[in-house]
Write a protein that binds this ligand. Sequence first.
Ligand code: ADP
Ligand code: MG
Length: 593
Amino acid sequence: MKWVALLLLLLAPLIVSPFYLTMLNYIGLYGLVTLGLLLLTGIGGLTSFGQAAFVGVGAYTTAALSSGVIELPTALAWTQHSPWIALLAGMLLTMAIALLLGALTLRLSGHYLPLGTIAWGISLYYIFGSFDRLGGQTGMAGIPPISLFGHPLVRADEMYYLIWAFVLAALVSTQNLLDSRQGRAIRALKGGVVMAEAMGVNTMRVRMAIFVIAALQACASGWLYVHLQRFINPSPFGLQYGIDYLFMAVIGGAGQVWGAILGAGVITLLKQWLQDILPGLLGRTGNFEMIVFGALLILLLQRSRSGLWGLVSRLPGMPVRRRRVPATAEPLPRRTMPLRGEVILEAKGVTRRFGGLVANNAMDLTVHSGEILALIGPNGAGKSTMFNQLSGVDIPTSGAVLFRGRPIVGWGSRAIARLGLSRSFQHVRLLPEMSVLENVAIGAHLRGRSGVLAVALRLDRAEEARLLAEAAYQVERVGLKEHLLDAAGTLALGKQRILEIARALASDPCLLLLDEPAAGLRHQEKRELCGLLRKLREEGIAILLVEHDMDFVMGLVDRVVVMNFGEKIAEGLPDQVQRNPAVLEAYLGGVNE
Ligand code: ADP
Ligand code: MG
């Protein structure tokens, strides 16, 4: 399949007419931008309307440098007229601009981010038009062709090979990126910042990385475009094109790299055909193709949220992409566990107010290594809030939390995770379309080191094998082996909670925080979970859990802390606590709620 496609790509200039060869060139150029956008928007969930502006940065940099319009200082004069050096300069400039714009806009959430990208997209467009020496709004001709080994690429088929070499390189490196620790971090963005950070992902850095990558791909497209056209004006870098690129990414398909090329291809060809056919049908000229387009987009998204590629990939006979577990991989190093019985977590006077509501009031809590402590109490008692204060998801209004002897209030969950605390969530936070294996592998994020560049070049294979093997081991350990390659969203809710435990274990924690792990489990599954938690305790892991099933709690845990209305009302051994009048009162009171 792959080889047939490659062969067709190679032979295309010999087969297709000059008109369609030109079309293929444009599909490649648009596909390159769309691919970056697919990573940014489709996979990372960050919507940008401004990609055309980065195409413009690549285009204008090379127009200025390779045409010799801008006089460089004598020290740099040797670089003049070389499109390749102009490409390098364009990439550096793009990176600088993307870092600046990213720092300004990527922190915005919800609809403010797309609005922000529109704002800088428009600004850059007007800047391009203001360079009078580059032709201002009317444009400028006379841009030299790209030379390869002294041979100028002037024919359409020569540019075709250069363009598609860029597209293929981008496709392969993006696919490599997605099949890696960094790729899982990118996809984890869609599972929510809270989950990703709790697994040790630096979400701001990941956002910035995909923003810069998408910008660089757009820049390369602009460079190729200008040398194909040998002419430049600002119009292809405006907002309308930014919208077109988004269309291509969405129509092509949100999750898969091939969707980018498909989207660029379908839109480019459809636009051309509609422009030819519609005036004849309607008897007049106008931008009717945009109207038809809009209608098609709405129709498609109603049928398939994952775009055309979503439809294509479901056709019979299409290969299914699934990560496999490596046969052999060296086990990852493990952290040295604290001594059994050592105080591992200590909360002192933790108070958390939400406006007038005191969700946690002067809570004290101690967890020792190798013990299971249950935190129980009626609904709304403040247990989940307490978990958030302990794991760095939230910051207490006052009070102190010591983890392994260090005061961690204000650290943020990523840093705390690095120290060995891992958690599950009461409301599961996982990536439903990703396999169980890869969801669990997100938990092992901090046990790998490979950066974006290394994974794009596939230099991370040994490490990646170890991470996947670790994830597979944890999946097996919690009893989900039969679901290893299933999409996580297809699991019953109870099993999704178990998946979260496996994900937490993949980080090699010394303290586990489990928020209602047994909810939704059947009797037999609860017994298996009990067995697992006992085994973890034997290994020296400390476990703090919130649970409502009293039979489950009482047979398993070493000590119990009872909360009501944000305060600790009792603490002790399970059977002591069960007979405590204050506890009985709290639970009987809770029935009437
Ligand atoms: P539990 O997990 O014990 O059922 P929670 O910790 O979820 O209880 O909630 C304790 C109280 O704090 C509840 O009254 C809840 O409405 C409130 N609460 C929790 N989180 C927030 C928040 N982010 N903003 C405002 N109130 C909150
Ligand atoms: Mg809760």
